[in-house]
Design a protein around this ligand. Sequence first.
Ligand code: HAM
Length: 429
Amino acid sequence: MSKSLQAIRGMNDILPEQTPLWRYFEGTVARLLDNYGYKQIRMPIVEFTELFKRSIGEVTDIVEKEMYTFEDRNGDSLTLRPEGTAACVRAVLEHGITGGGQVQKLWYIGPMFRHERPQKGRYRQFHQIGLEVFNLDGPDIDAELIIMTWRLWGELGIRDAVKLELNSLGTSESRGRYREALVEYLSARHDKLDEDSQRRLKTNPLRVLDTKNADTQAVLVDAPKMADYLDDESRAHFEGLKARLDAVGIPYVFNPKLVRGLDYYSKTVFEWVTDKLGAQGTVCAGGRYDGLVEQMGGKPTPGVGFAMGIERLVLMLETLEQIPQEISRQVDVYLCAFGEEAELAGLALAERVRDELPNLRLQVNAGAGSFKSQFKKADKSGALYALILGDDEMAQQVVGFKPLRGQGEQQSIAWDALAAHLATCVVQG
Ligand code: HAM
């Protein structure tokens, strides 16, 4: 196929054989979020470029080199959203739904776009489920976010394969004091830093902390520690979070180098990481951003949230073989009809059954075909039972009921009794 007719590198089709697992994952998360009292919000996929520059930060990798930015026909600079927090903050401000201290517990799902180098677990169009909470400033809500994800990992059967890393970046005041100390220390050792870190030292010094360069890492060993610069408020918040995680029994690792790649964070930051996916090991990440709403023109409004990468979590389920059996079967019953008269009767019968059993997954054969070919299709569909309508069945106003997965012999069921019979043998989702 010519290149221009192929999907763009790093942007994937999710094929019908993959969607059951995606829907299972998304459904599990949506149910959990409902149960904890979160409400869904849907934002546009495209926003003004300025929104992301102002919130994520001008000197982050995302804004500097990963955004899909273009001019529309009005000459406005627009960007495909690289993440959801900025747009969510814009939406709550625009609609005034966080005014007067109103608490909002929101979640969203959808595609995000970053021009990164594609590899396993890292794509240019990827999907996140994210959530954002506004107007709650205590560690209790930070803890709730983490507890909820812990429950999710449990339900999905991947709890043993993920690890929680935690850090506190402190209030903007304490972070400012730390930044000064770090810049002073690193500037005195400027020549020992790698080129990228030398640049970051000028633009975004905290990001030097998560360098992968071994020489710079060696310089950082004796650098001032963020934890020593936390003010009382930040310290109490962090201790409060840890106490709650301890109370629920959630293990965590304190990672003083965890700074995150977006500029809006303050106080709590966290990442759930796994070693099961190779290099792209962060499956869920977030933190507190108490200054962001104000920075974007709103009243001071505390915020906290996270986002998880759906591709990475689906990969985890596949890698760890945590795929529930029932999701692979998408058809309960397959109806085969032979001859025109039987086809018409079959259609009407199927609709009567659907009236009574709206959750039954009933597939009616389309495209006619011989007994053999229809049966083959019934078997391939994964259905538990085939319903058969031929001349004999038509004459007696019955339907042949044939178990396809070895649960007994074929029987004849009267048309009027079919729905009741199906209700007893098919567990409906
Ligand atoms: P983030 O760390 O940039 O945070 O992304 C969150 C998650 O999205 C990552 O942990 C990863 O699972 C997934 N992800 C990110 N980039 C890619 C990619 N190129 N391919 C596949 N998956 C990816 C945020 O986006 C923040 N908005 C999270 C947040 C919400 N913080 C507060 N509220």
